[in-house]
Ligand binder design. Structure first.
Ligand SMILES: O=P(O)(O)OC[C@H]1O[C@](O)(COP(=O)(O)O)[C@@H](O)[C@@H]1O
Ligand SMILES: [Mg+2]
Ligand SMILES: [Mg+2]
Length: 339
């Protein structure tokens, strides 16, 4: 497909690959791109409006909710509820899943799980943030309200996933299980246009991303892997570079383009890790695997995990396949050893 093809054209052309496709996923993806544009406009002029700062309350994660967390959540929720393809939404900013009312006679086939604003700690300091989304076919009958079971599906069942990065340019990167494609928002025409077709995650990278401020709290195997990344070995192009933006979407996006590994280990500060399986790790893992990379808990494939709770957390290692393999080797080697 040629560079510059709009997202809408791309999705419709891709739909032709599926003779039985009914266009509902196409509509769903276009409502996501619409909400992304509205959030993008707010972010671009954030300093001029009162959208910066905190809401003055905590969300279900026990984190201080930022105004933009709330705003993005409302915009995506409205856009997804409006067209009838989606029967419900689960979000980082909602205590429980939200079942949508049916729209006219439509039989809504999908559920969406979303991190409306990723990288909240970077909002007020003008550093790249993002939105992450994960889409499943519901498992309950389409004439019934959505249930929790529709959301607690293992990641390998995702029909689509992606993210929007609000950075020096705004991009939407997504997969429907046929590779990963990236679209850049052209502000002059207001459309996402194909800029990064068929993205591939390099098998080996030379960059590691982790909040080293928590180093002392990490499992022994992870500490040894970080020391391995920092050790001098010219042949292996080590030491690797350390890069950590503090927005999962931005750190992953860089590694998707250049190679590298992003790590958010468990630690005494976060016994199960910090990142949420359903709307952060599963969608990013689906993209990583579709681009030839790998995503792991340090021991298991992220996409194989059976979810138990909407907001459950997991240790997360994602990126270049050889680097995640190496990380898993260190975790296995030191798993029964203490400090
Ligand atoms: O500040 P820490 O502990 O390094 O955590 C940063 C990580 O937490 C996150 O901000 C969590 O996401 P939210 O901002 O959506 O809560 C990730 O984007 C990021 O990688
Ligand atoms: Mg997040
Ligand atoms: Mg968030």
């Amino acid at each position: 497909m040629t560079i510059g093809t709009t997202l809408g054209e791309f999705i419709i052309k891709k739909q032709a690959d599926f003779p039985h496709a009914t266009g509902e996923l196409t509509n769903l993806l276009s409502s996501i791109s619409l909400a992304a544009k509205i959030v993008n406009r707010e972010i671009n002029q954030a300093g001029l409006s009162d959208i910066l700062g905190a809401m003055g309350r905590d969300n279900v994660q026990g984190e201080e909710q930022q105004k933009l967390d709330w705003f993005a959540n409302e915009k995506f929720k409205d856009a997804l509820a409006a067209r009838g393809e989606v029967c419900g939404l689960a979000s980082e900013e909602e205590d429980d899943f939200v079942a949508f009312d049916p729209v006219s006679e439509k039989k809504s086939k999908y559920v969406v799980l979303i991190d409306p604003l990723d990288g909240s700690s970077n909002i007020d300091v003008n550093v790249s943030v993002g939105t992450i989304f994960s889409i499943y076919r519901r498992i309950t009958p389409s004439d019934q309200p959505a249930t929790l079971a529709d959301f607690l599906q293992p990641g390998y069942r995702q029909v689509a996933a992606g993210y929007v990065i609000y950075g020096s340019s705004t991009m939407l990167v997504y997969t429907t299980g046929q590779g990963v494609n990236g679209f850049t928002l052209d502000p002059s025409i207001g459309y996402f246009c194909l800029s990064h077709p068929d993205m591939k995650l390099p098998e080996q990278g030379y960059c590691y991303s982790v909040n080293e401020g928590h180093y002392l709290k990490f499992p022994l195997g992870v500490k040894h892997y970080i020391k391995y990344c920092q050790a001098v070995d010219e042949q292996d192009k080590r030491p690797y570079t350390s890069r950590y933006i503090g927005s999962l979407v931005a750190d992953f996006h860089r590694n998707l383009l250049k190679g590298g590994i992003y790590m958010y280990p468990s630690g005494t500060n976060a016994p199960k890790g910090k990142l949420r399986l359903l709307y952060e790790c599963n969608p990013i893992a689906f993209l990583a695997e579709q681009a030839g990379g790998k995503a792991s808990t340090g021991r298991e494939r992220i996409l194989a995990l059976e979810p138990e709770e909407l907001h459950q957390r997991t240790p997360f290692y994602v990126g270049s396949r050889f680097m995640v393999d190496k990380l898993e080797e260190f975790v296995a080697q030191y798993s029964d050893k203490s400090e």
